[in-house]
Design a protein around this ligand. Structure first.
Ligand SMILES: Nc1ncnc2c1ncn2[C@@H]1O[C@H](COP(=O)(O)OP(=O)(O)OP(=O)(O)O)[C@@H](O)[C@H]1O
Ligand SMILES: [Mg+2]
Length: 279
């Protein structure tokens, strides 16, 4: 665990945050603090709102209500692009799909944000890129195109790009999905190393409970857009909540329904019959 003193300083504070898409509440009354230096892992089934929460945290989506403070600045309703740009420099993101530019080399991908956000000389950018690629073990690959790399290597390049500007907070959206167990362990180790060596606060979304236990100081679980559990890995493992146990043990049977629908199945079918009768 990070030192108690560090733990108390919240870099992100979320209060009663809600997000609605097309009349459907996707995030409901989220309350969450992310503390400086911690590795917070967000778990939850597909579609429960993990990526949406992350996009709200970085202000790609504006929340519909509630409050979200990032380094003390309120992001809900923030229109000041200059202020947002300043905040953007303080965090990095590893997107769910990696999102590398296929027409740029590995090195150019990593250099992109540095070129966009700073006036640093090319010779220095070159060094910065090499340092970041070395951190993820891919310094020799800077001239290759993303399509010439394996999925795991692409994730590591995306990680090098996410840390290009030495962010204080690093967000990862499913950094190990689709990777083999060894590559998953490599990425998990990098998550821990970057957090410890570079003092980064880390927020990681994952489905993979092995990864979550390996990397987490603290875990929160989302279910249908709400935080239903929060605690240390041990507290989550020993949770009495049936939803949490079904998810962390990967059980087919339990309270989490297989299908998600707002309408009753038979009502849905009958609606079609009724429509045809009217015609
Ligand atoms: N831009 C959008 N417009 C409308 N609905 C959206 C949008 N983005 C997400 N949603 C809906 O919000 C819900 C949560 O999606 P989200 O991508 O946050 O889930 P997730 O927990 O990240 O799932 P996964 O584990 O599959 O990545 C889904 O029902 C999705 O259809
Ligand atoms: Mg997602």
């Amino acid at each position: 665990m990070p030192e108690e003193k560090k733990k108390r300083e919240a870099v992100i504070s979320v209060r009663n945050l809600s997000k609605i898409f097309n009349g459907r509440t996707v995030l409901k009354d989220i309350n969450l603090d992310v503390y400086k230096g911690e590795r917070l892992i967000i778990i939850g089934g597909s579609g429960c709102g993990k990526s949406t929460l992350l996009r709200c945290l970085i202000n790609v989506h504006q929340a519909d209500s509630g409050s979200l403070k990032f380094f003390g600045t309120e992001l809900v309703g923030l229109k000041d692009e200059k202020k947002m740009d300043e905040i953007r420099k303080r965090f990095g993101i590893l997107f769910q799909n990696g999102a590398l530019y296929n027409s740029l080399t590995v090195g150019e991908n990593v250099a992109l944000l540095i070129r966009e956000h700073t006036n640093i000389a090319e010779s220095v950018i070159d060094i910065m890129v090499k340092v970041k690629l070395e951190l993820v073990g891919l310094r020799d690959f800077h001239n290759l195109m993303p399509s010439q790399l394996s999925g795991g290597m692409q994730k590591r390049v995306a990680l090098a790009r996410a840390i290009a500007l030495d962010p204080e907070v690093l967000f990862y959206d499913e950094p190990t999905s689709g990777l083999d167990p060894i590559m998953t362990a490599v990425i998990d180790k990098l998550i821990v190393e970057l957090n410890e060596k570079m003092n980064m606060t880390s927020v990681v979304i994952t489905h993979d409970m092995n990864s979550a236990y390996r990397t987490a100081h603290r875990i929160i679980m989302l279910y249908k857009g709400e935080v239903i559990a929060a605690g240390t890995p041990d507290e989550i493992k020993n949770s009495k909540d049936k939803f949490v146990q079904q998810f962390i043990q990967g059980l087919a049977d339990g309270p989490i329904p297989l299908r998600v629908s707002s309408k009753d199945f038979y009502e849905d079918l009958l609606e079609g019959v009724r429509k045809n009768e009217i015609r």
